[in-house]
Design a protein around this ligand. Structure first.
Ligand code: MRU
Length: 366
């Protein structure tokens, strides 16, 4: 199976349709989203998740907010919608980026129907941009895999990934998985170690499902296994995604990413982060102190979902009274990152490296 899109606009019904990721891999359901509140629910409850997809969904959310406008002040209402959406999840910068971009396309000079039209075009164009970015990331990442493969005498390149930075987190292809899909297409032997990614198990539930659908050889491992594999030369490279990368190359990604980067550094294994420029926060230069890390409901830690007798059940897996902590993300310092794979090429995780690829983002004094 190829790479169908994860989100699309239904012009007949004037609403957005997306895969409801809460039910994968047990059920593959499509959900209709038609109001601003439904968009916010989809983001907070992780019907959609993954930085690029959150951004695209939010852009559609701004369109739906305008389409359903019935108040007296359109501009004020859109600003309220923007704030409401931005407050849904704090870490992935794609969300704020997409909402601000949508706000910037509306104009007091235009009629409301004209603004609605613009907002839909804006969402569709962000979606297309993310698709293009994923393809380019795939192309650049493919060359990294190819060069490792050339030294392996036909043995599979062993790639470890964390969480889901696949097509489910984007629109098509994914970021971390884009090079993997293209390597597969190019006939390069590969095998993917999929971190289960507690507590929500995006690796076990989503990445494993995605790779399985695409026929890519993979093995799901408990989160603690990566270091052991690396010590035994069973990992050739790590590729992960990012929710927010600072201008100096610090990378926020799913909790546990930092530990993989430490283990990779200790074992001399290249650690790559694949990300579109929509995930770079050009205003930040210290990930640890500046990137807001989401803390989520403790139930994600204390409860676990699984299939029993063909039915999905939720089980408590720890003592009822034990407190839990549920940090959604961690920050991997730039010094542990071998390279950033972007839509413009691979660069060092440094300000110079990033600005060399994106010179138009060079900060000015004013
Ligand atoms: O909490 P999630 O599932 O939204 O977290 C997703 C990740 O951490 C991904 O690795 C990241 O968004 C990159 S997606 C291409």
């Amino acid at each position: 199976m190829g790479n169908p899109q994860t989100i699309w606009f239904n012009p007949q019904k004037k609403l957005v349709e997306t895969i409801d990721q809460r039910y994968l891999p047990f059920q593959n359901l499509i959900i209709e989203i038609q109001t601003l509140d439904e968009v916010r629910f989809a983001i907070t409850e992780m019907v959609v998740r993954g930085a690029p997809l959150i951004g695209v969904t939010a852009a559609y959310g701004m369109y739906l907010a305008a389409l359903n406008f019935s108040g007296s002040n359109f501009q004020d209402e859109m600003k309220r919608a923007a704030d409401w959406l931005k407050s849904s999840r704090p870490t992935a910068v794609n969300l704020a980026f997409a909402v601000d971009e949508a706000l910037a396309v509306i104009s007091e000079e235009l009629t409301i129907p004209e603004n609605i039209h613009r907002l839909l075009n804006n969402a569709e164009s962000l979606k297309q941009r993310e698709i293009d970015f994923s393809k380019k990331i795939g192309k650049f990442g493919l060359e990294l895999i190819r060069s490792i493969s050339e030294k392996k005498n036909g043995k599979p390149v062993q790639i470890l990934t964390h969480c889901n930075a696949g097509r489910l987190a984007c629109v098509e292809l994914g970021t971390a998985t884009a090079p993997i899909y293209l390597a597969r297409e190019a006939g390069i032997p590969i095998h993917v170690w999929v971190d289960e990614t507690r507590p929500r198990n995006q690796g076990a539930r989503l990445t494993a499902w995605e790779l399985g659908e695409a026929g890519i050889p993979h093995t799901v491992i408990p989160d603690n296994t990566g270091g052991h594999l690396m010590q035994h030369q069973l990992v050739d490279m790590v590729i992960v995604g990012s929710d927010r990368t600072t201008l100096n190359g610090d990378v926020a990604n799913k909790i546990g990413t930092y530990l993989k980067a430490l283990a990779a550094a200790d074992n001399g294994i290249p650690f790559y982060v694949a990300l579109p420029s929509t995930t770079i926060d050009w205003t930040l230069s210290d990930g640890l102190s500046e990137i807001p890390v989401e803390q989520r409901d403790g139930r994600e830690v204390s409860m676990m979902e699984g299939l029993l007798d063909d039915k999905v059940h939720e089980f408590r897996i720890l003592p009822e009274k034990s407190p839990v902590a549920n940090y959604g993300f961690d920050v991997t310092p730039a010094r542990l990152v071998t390279g950033l794979i972007t839509e413009r090429g691979v660069c060092k995780a440094t300000k110079e490296g990033i600005l060399n690829l994106f010179p138009e983002k060079t900060p000015t004094d004013d």
